[in-house]
Design a protein. Structure first.
Length: 294
């Protein structure tokens, strides 16, 4: 992977990691599906009126929008609300890396090098170490929700690759147009009209800053950067980089929310970094084209 693309990947994972505690701050006053719906409303509007649709079959945009907004972020935010700590959520979502590598091998016939597999195993040991160090305090239901969101993210990665989209920013803006209404419906189904009638009281400086961060950094910038990398490199090369997200997620949760990292967690984070270094950067990596597979 070229140096400039590696720097972009690090910036993206940094924003995504910090996004977890920032989202938690927004959830202190807002219902999770309503918060997520507002996020994607602002991600789509008013830009959708000024940016042309991406030049791909529109079904990819619609399907990705539903999976990305409702299947991934709506579920993650709900999982955090029911008891999963933001740092732990930033960790569990990284299971998508392993799901995505599997999709890459199955659907795109990508060859997984021995170093990639070994690096993934080392990183997975780090993930398991952090999970075991949590002490089982999180609700099982919330943990299952976040794992399901990891599956959704891996499917979204595959959709990006299959679509062959080149207008990445346009794709994200138009895809953001479709999650809000389903998210608002789920919010109403779970809680009735209360989240909507109390919305004016829930809007404060903290919730506004949380939403703005989610829209313009965690959505527009980060998904443009991430999907641009998916366009250039195999999904099995890009996906493991997401394992940096829990490093930044846990660290920022410590600083912002006061979450504590134990000695075991620190060792586990070190294992994740070692797995990434060994699995990703041992040997040359070149961009590939999948035009023959589409």
């Amino acid at each position: 992977m070229q140096k400039k693309h590696l720097i972009l990947a690090i910036l993206v994972t940094l924003v995504w990691g910090v996004n977890f505690p920032i989202t938690k701050l927004g959830l202190l006053s807002m219902e999770p599906f309503l918060l997520t719906g507002i996020r994607f409303t602002l991600a789509a509007l008013p830009l959708v009126f000024f940016i042309p649709k991406p030049n791909i079959p529109f079904r990819y945009v619609v399907i990705y929008g539903f999976i990305f907004g409702l299947g991934m972020w709506g579920i993650i935010n709900y999982g955090i609300q029911v008891g999963v700590h933001p740092g732990v959520a930033s960790l569990l979502i990284q299971l998508s890396a392993f799901f995505t590598m599997g999709w890459g091998a199955l659907l795109f016939k990508e060859r997984l090098r021995a170093t990639q597999l070994l690096g993934a195993v080392i990183a997975f040991v780090g993930l398991v170490g952090i999970l075991l160090s949590q002490g089982g305090g999180d609700a099982t239901f919330g943990l299952v929700l976040v794992v399901l969101s990891a599956v959704s993210w891996s499917i979204g990665n595959v959709i990006i690759k299959l679509s062959g989209v080149k207008e990445i920013f346009s794709f994200m803006v138009w895809a953001s147009l479709f999650p809000p209404i389903p998210l608002f419906i789920v919010s109403y189904w779970l809680h009735g009209a209360e989240p909507f009638t109390t919305l004016p009281e829930a809007i404060n400086l903290m919730s506004v800053m949380s939403i703005l961060f989610q829209v313009y950094l965690a959505t527009h910038f980060s998904y443009w950067g991430w999907n641009s990398l998916l366009k250039l490199y195999p999904v099995s090369t890009v996906a493991p980089l997401s394992l940096l997200i829990p490093v930044f997620g846990l660290g920022s949760s410590m600083l912002i929310l006061g979450e504590q990292v134990s000695f075991v967690e620190a060792l586990s984070i070190s294992a994740i970094i070692a797995g990434l270094a060994f699995g990703l950067y041992k040997g040359p990596m070149r961009p590939v084209s999948y035009s023959a597979t589409r």
